[in-house]
Design a binder for this molecule. Sequence first.
Ligand SMILES: [Mn+2]
Length: 247
Amino acid sequence: MATYAIGDIHGQIEALQTLIRKLNLSKEDHVIFLGDYVGRKSQWLAVLQYVESLKNVCRITKLWGNHEKMLYDHIERFKPRRWPASLLNRFDDCFHGTGGEFLQFEDPEQKYVSKFFKDMQYDILIETIKYSYVLCHALPKDVGYTPDDSIWGRLMQNENLDFTCDVAIDKHTLFHKYAGKIIVHGHTPVLLHYENNSNIAPNRLFKYKIQDVSFIDIDLGAKLFGRYPNANLCALRLEDQTPFYAA
Ligand SMILES: [Mn+2]
């Protein structure tokens, strides 16, 4: 039995299928997706269908990413069969990851997408013999002042080994409740850390530590496949921290 975390897919169905084949999954295995299944101008509907089909292969847990949360919130708010172009223009900023294509959806597809989002969660605690983890898209749910803050907050280490975050977060919870634990997250492409520190490999997972909290960033910028040579997709086996890569 093995437990895997898979990072941001952003509609890259071929990379996801390549990666899944490398894992040789069986019924006892557990795969936790860290969110951001969808992405503009990508095969994201195919990704949703493929992720759902893995329920026949192993146990899966689906975490929210900010991109599908934007899509879901708009579906819930408007529930039209087709969205008028005026609405699309007005909310273009919110749709930047997803919704443009949604306008073209037929009703059964829209229902399918709504259904996919019914059994999502924000984070999950996983204990293995050696390690104590919390898995999340960007930050654990209770570190955000709202759940949505936790899927948007981008933590960046700075040169003083301190950090910055682009949303307000509950630092006390982060550094006390999660002290000694390992936060496995996506949302921030390792490429962004690499821009500050060229010793980091931009196409491999990135381990770092802030105060007593350890972090493993497994977002390898899959949305840039075809446009950036180091784009990759990563799965991390939690029992022994072995990484698997699509490319
Ligand atoms: Mn994200």
